[in-house]
Design a protein around this ligand. Structure first.
Ligand code: PEP
Ligand code: MG
Length: 319
């Protein structure tokens, strides 16, 4: 039985009618990537590089970062890895960066806004990423993007660094976690190679609920139909330009959420390694046809509770 479980973990997630879903893990360090492989991950869908910058006295330099990204590539041995550039600000504060205090840190200089203002941090990171890209498949992703101008600037900086190093081109994507990007996904999709939807922040910014607020935790629910409609719109915009869409926020690791996301047409789900076995089992238990039907019903719901009640429909959709 244990042997059977181990074998099942290593199998891809294929729905009961044969649709394959890419299941990846969120992993920030090489040892976490190795653990994710054991749990059945087919790739790393999100490496949050800010964790390299936390709990230390100064920023990791280009050499140190290059060694870590290279180690990730080596552990993953040819499987895809999406590495996100520095996403500090907001809830993630780094004392030695001397970031100005802000009234509304979640609406302030975080993610791509910081990357664009701090070439002293961003350029060494880009150089380290392109050096690691010589050793295996790696995609670069930019966090907290809000406007097309930002995308153009981010891509321009990345391309300049790449050309200086004579490094290979890599896919350049963005996080979809600000409603402006979801609403204008069709336009953004022309300028990027892929999207990864960050449902944690997309929910926070859509519902105007601080994702860390102790009293509002129940409200900050990514199954809200407004969030699901933005995800639908994101996938539709990506499709117009044939671009790939993943989800790396918490909704991907929720079995019902995963079914709805697959039904909405998402290509890849990236989650914490411990959620992988339950999500794979859930996806194996439904057909793509049923997942699409459940996703359509979810889009028509008025409340989170109504969406959550679709769990019963998923249970009934098993073969
Ligand atoms: C998200 O916002 O959903 C996401 C994956 O990014 P983070 O949780 O690191 O903000
Ligand atoms: Mg986020």
């Amino acid at each position: 039985r244990r042997r059977h479980e181990a074998e099942l973990r290593a199998q891809p997630a294929v729905t009961a009618d044969g649709h394959r879903v890419e299941v990846a893990a969120n992993a920030n360090r090489p040892d976490q990537a190795a653990a994710a492989l054991d749990a059945g991950a087919e790739g790393v869908g999100l490496m949050r590089t800010e964790f390299l910058f936390l709990e230390r006295a100064s920023a990791p330099d280009e050499e140190e970062q290059a060694a870590i990204y290279r180690a990730m590539v080596d552990v993953m041995a040819g499987r895809p890895i999406v590495i996100r550039t520095l996403d500090v600000g907001g809830d993630k504060q780094v004392p030695y960066l001397d970031l100005p205090r802000e009234q509304n840190p979640f609406l302030g200089i975080r993610g791509a806004r910081l990357c664009l203002r701090r070439p002293d941090l961003f350029e060494p990171q880009l150089r380290a990423l392109y050096r690691a890209a010589r050793h295996g498949p790696l995609s670069i992703m930019f966090p907290m993007v809000t406007t097309i101008e930002e995308v153009e600037q981010l891509r321009g900086l990345a391309e300049r660094v790449r050309a200086q190093l004579g490094a290979p081109r890599v896919p350049l994507g963005i996080m979809v976690e600000v409603p402006s990007v979801a609403v204008m996904a069709e336009q953004f999709a022309e300028h990027v190679d892929f999207f990864s939807i960050g449902t944690n922040d997309l929910t926070q910014y859509t519902l105007a609920v601080d994702r860390e607020h102790p009293e509002l935790a129940a409200m900050a629910n990514s199954l809200h139909p407004a969030v699901l409609r933005l995800i639908e719109r994101t996938v539709a915009g990506a499709r117009v330009h044939g671009k790939w869409v993943g989800v790396c926020g918490g909704l991907a690791g929720d079995p019902l959420g995963a079914v709805i996301l697959v039904g909405l047409g998402v290509d890849e789900l990236s989650m914490s390694a411990r959620d992988i076995p339950a999500v794979k089992a859930r996806l194996r238990s439904v057909t793509l046809v049923a997942a699409r039907e459940i996703a359509l019903r979810a889009l028509g719901c008025e409340t989170v509770a109504e969406v959550r009640a679709l769990e019963a429909a998923v249970d009934g959709a098993g073969t």
